[in-house]
Design a protein around this ligand. Structure first.
Ligand SMILES: NC(=O)c1ccc[n+]([C@@H]2O[C@H](COP(=O)([O-])OP(=O)(O)OC[C@H]3O[C@@H](n4cnc5c(N)ncnc54)[C@H](OP(=O)(O)O)[C@@H]3O)[C@@H](O)[C@H]2O)c1
Length: 219
């Protein structure tokens, strides 16, 4: 499995790159600048030593990938999706981690899908997982992430990938339209972080046993 992280130079994206590379996944870091991508690759080597990580401009990074995570600001969706769309393989799953600054009714994931070639294979995840936790490789993440999407097989593929992140439990959050809840939860968590002076508040669904989570995905 080869994974691209479009915006992998940023806070969340870089944390995801570290976690996946640590688990042995081949990761391509995408950036608007080849130089910033190369610097991010050096940072990965500094932290992990040898790892299967490359860096390039966003459009190059997604070539030949089975999954492309989009860890970019909401405002950049049209520009970046338009740039990478011609290079995305038909069977590549686009994973939106993007959070809109306010509730517009349409999720960032649906907006991303509207900018990709049809039929777009889009899943949404990681909205409620803090970048600082992802980058702290000394600690397991110990949180749930909700996976949203309309194609069960695509969701399962992304759940299987994200369970490689130590302590992260991928919970089926419903269809792509429901990813707006994930984005609302992020804005809610930002408020919790501010009130309690934290940087890493997250979600854990109580009453949901690990074995039920894994059984639903068929793992
Ligand atoms: N930070 C978190 O804890 C967290 C948690 C959950 C979800 N999210 C969501 O994940 C996304 C990324 O968050 P982040 O904190 O990692 O963001 P970030 O560090 O500000 O940005 C991520 C990357 O996006 C690219 N970028 C920045 N501004 C851009 C622009 N105007 N146009 C095009 N590309 C731009 C940059 O890469 P290059 O300059 O290298 O191109 C940057 O490194 C956001 O939608 C955020 O809401 C974040």
């Amino acid at each position: 499995m080869k994974v691209a992280v479009v915006g992998g130079t940023g806070d969340l994206g870089f944390g995801l790159v570290l976690r996946l590379a640590k688990a042995g996944v081949a990761v391509a870091i995408g950036s608007r600048s080849a130089e910033r991508a190369a610097q991010a690759v050096s940072r990965v080597s500094h932290v992990l030593g040898a790892a299967e990580v490359s860096g390039s401009v966003n459009r190059e990074s997604v070539k030949g990938c089975n999954a492309a995570f989009f860890t970019i600001p909401f405002e950049a969706i049209a520009e970046i999706a338009g740039d990478v769309a011609p290079a995305l393989a038909e069977d590549c799953i686009a994973v939106s981690c993007i959070v809109s600054p306010s509730d517009s009714g349409t999720s960032s994931a649906e907006l991303l899908a509207s900018h990709l070639p049809k039929p777009a294979k889009v899943v949404a995840a990681l909205h409620t997982v803090s970048a600082s936790l992802m980058q702290d490789l000394d600690s397991p993440v110990e949180a749930d992430t909700f996976i949203f999407g309309d194609n069960p097989e695509d969701k399962k593929t992304i759940a299987k990938l994200l369970r490689l992140v130590e302590g992260l439990r991928p919970v089926d959050g419903g269809g792509l339209r429901d990813s707006r809840f994930g984005e609302t939860f992020t804005r809610f968590l930002i408020g919790i972080n501010k009130r309690y002076g934290l940087s890493h508040a997250g979600f854990r669904v109580t009453g949901l046993r690990d074995e039920d989570v894994w059984r639903r995905w068929g793992f």
